[in-house]
Design a protein. Structure first.
Lengths: 240, 272, 240
């Protein structure tokens, strides 16, 4: 009998059988699912008296040192290969489209400053947005059109998606690396005069008080945004 | 010539210190702010302590040199140059007593802020990029197991439906057996039997229809009775058992028993 | 620190670190692979001095009691949901359908007249059985093949099941109302000929004296019954 198995048996003495069974069920569901699962979905398949949070904590611990780990992304749970094995698994990686520097920088601005308009992105980057950069990001499914800012011209606001969080292994936008430093330095204070409360990035789908819902269909909007995009002769898209 | 400006290590871009190297790099920058940030880094001080005046000088110098080589500098570089020239003059000259413009120091600190913010965003982008990415560094389940949807049919039927179905069909069947009329068709043998009985008593000329009506209770059966009786009577004429006559078209058909004596009645020929 | 984690650490004392690392790598590779992996493929990704067979044995033991298990499929290895949890991957989509009038009538005849052959059903109903009606009833689980009538052609006899009783809320099949009760409840009216009877149903599983047991397997029987079914152009399925 393997030691791991022995450890299981030992545990079963101290922990109720129902809890172990709940762990197995959650484990099976998380392994089988193609997408991260939220706690409610898991809870609906577990015995009622077993708290799903405890099960998730237990599973996360069980897998902490293994080659596969339980992680929270976008508020949902999923198994992922351990980060430190990246060097070995990289060979498995399919050719993923590399984002240009401009696109990555724009993505970061959207992520940290959301909800954010094109003009604000341009202001922060100090360059007019290259046509296609936002399109390319929209195409990745990592950013989305959120609504319209309630200011003259009613510009479209952008924000990130759950797919963005999932791709970068973030449980929420609050987990963005360095978000506290940026906030502390007032860098997220994009459009408010100094002295106002410092905004934090939020992908909360609820529109802010200064956002209106998008009423047109998406294609019209994208076309409109495209038309208003300045063709930048120093196109940062062409850098690499 | 395009200069690769590696995002991962922007500060490490090798431009050397010679100005001409910078000149050809101009389209390697993502806009004037990027250029300013690069120039600011060259001051090799904390961006908080940057001298905006010195930065403006460097930028203007750079643009001047660039224009001597290439005339087609992008408009936003020139706009920035003009703005920096204006800022420089504001910074150098004593502040006018009253103006709508914000103080020059504030403009300078705003520019410095924008530079610091751009740098911070770039660092954030780098940190974001360095995070383990799905499909690059970490992987999800390669072969997720699909959920099979099993369509199960729940049949709806109540005991009431069942009993009604049973009773209805049994009742329909039972009743249909009783009401099933014994003869919808009066067969030739039935007709023969009846006619034999009729002529057995030595029948004299009698209208066939009058006799038949005794058998026809249901008017619907009149046709079958008449047809069978007529066909049978023709057969009986052929056998020489009866005589038959009809006095005119649509007149009643009369029959009688054939007398045993061979004498033939002139009217004996049957009419069709 | 969780017990599982403690077990890991304990193991790492007695087993070479390289072996544990190899287990982690194999685990991650198997998890991330779109298809089962063979031992050679795994071996090519592991440190050379670690025998892949040992790694697979260890992993299989580690997962033996978990919700997912390492299984060998056609000489390749993959993680699969534990068999006893396969129900998690099945979702039932329930749809409610009404039995056709023909099926309902046939069911009623089987219930009252069991054990009954197809020919007897046809005789009672006064209509040839539509192909598929009995099949559909067998599918509901309410009727079953009982045996064979000991008459020429040895026709199959049908009877009802316990599922039939439980669906219709009967404690026994002789709870079905007799002729007087049917009259009393208005199902039958007074115009019935003398001698009209309704049998007292019995679903006694013991074969009657004129029944032989079914010796063939069910599929052969069903195929045989299907072949003998008359395709009725005036299908009673179309009666309504």
């Amino acid at each position: 009998m393997s030691r791991a198995f022995a450890a299981e048996r030992q545990r079963s003495i101290s922990e109720p059988k129902a809890f172990l069974e709940a762990c197995r069920v959650a484990e099976a569901l998380l392994f089988a699912a193609a997408e991260p699962l939220d706690a409610d979905t898991l809870a609906s398949r577990l015995p009622r008296d077993v708290p799903v949070a405890d099960v998730l904590v237990q599973l996360r611990e069980d897998y902490a040192d293994r080659g596969v780990q339980l992680v929270e992304v976008a508020g949902r749970w999923t198994f992922r290969t351990a980060e430190d094995l990246s060097y070995l698994l990289a060979r498995e990686a399919q050719e993923t489209r590399k984002l240009s520097r401009a696109a990555l920088e724009t993505l970061a601005v959207v992520a940290y400053h959301q909800p954010v308009t094109r003009a604000e992105i341009e202001d922060i980057r100090g360059v007019s947005a290259h046509r296609g950069t936002l399109d390319a990001l929209l195409e990745t499914g990592w950013i989305r059109l959120r609504g319209r800012r309630r200011t003259p011209g009613r510009p479209v606001t952008y924000g990130t998606t759950e797919a963005f969080l999932s791709h970068f292994g973030l449980s929420a936008v609050d987990d963005l690396p360095g978000v506290d430093e940026l906030k502390g330095a007032g860098f997220l204070d994009g459009r408010l005069p100094a002295g106002f409360t410092v905004p934090v990035p939020s992908d909360d789908p609820t529109l802010r008080s200064d956002e209106d819902p998008l009423d047109e269909d998406l294609f019209t909007l994208i076309a409109e945004e495209k038309a208003s995009a300045v063709e930048d002769p120093l196109g940062d898209e062409d850098e690499r | 010539m395009r200069k690769e400006l590696s995002f991962e290590a922007p500060a490490a871009v090798d431009r050397g210190d010679a100005e001409p190297a910078l000149l050809v790099d101009v389209d390697g920058f993502a806009g004037p702010l990027d250029l300013l940030l690069e120039l600011a880094r060259r001051q090799k001080v904390d961006l908080h302590k940057i001298s905006v005046l010195a930065l403006a000088d460097q930028y203007l110098e750079f643009i001047e040199a660039a224009r001597s080589f290439r005339l087609e500098l992008a408009a936003d570089y020139l706009v920035m140059a003009a703005w920096l020239a204006y800022l420089k003059s504001r910074l150098l000259l004593p502040e006018p007593p009253k103006t709508d413009e914000p103080p020059a120091e504030e403009l300078a600190s705003r520019l410095a802020f924008r530079l610091r913010r751009l740098e911070a965003v770039r660092e954030a982008a780098k940190k974001l990029y360095d995070r383990p990415q799905l499909g690059r560094d970490v992987f999800g389940r390669g072969a997720p197991e699909p959920v099979h949807v099993e369509h199960r049919t729940e049949w709806a039927a109540t005991l009431y439906d069942l009993l009604k179905a049973y009773a209805d069909q049994r009742q329909t069947k039972a009743l249909s057996r009783v009401s099933f009329s014994k003869r919808f068709v009066w067969s030739l043998s039935d007709a023969r039997e009846a006619l034999d009985r009729l002529i057995g008593g030595g029948l004299d000329w009698t209208a066939l229809d009058d006799y038949l009506m005794e058998y026809v209770i249901d008017p619907a059966r009149r046709a079958t009775v008449r047809a069978s009786a007529f066909a049978t009577s023709l057969e009986m004429v052929r056998e020489g058992v009866i005589d038959m006559r009809q006095d005119g078209a649509f007149a009643p058909i009369l029959i009688r028993s054939r007398k045993p004596e061979p004498e033939r009645s002139p009217e004996g020929a049957p009419t069709a």
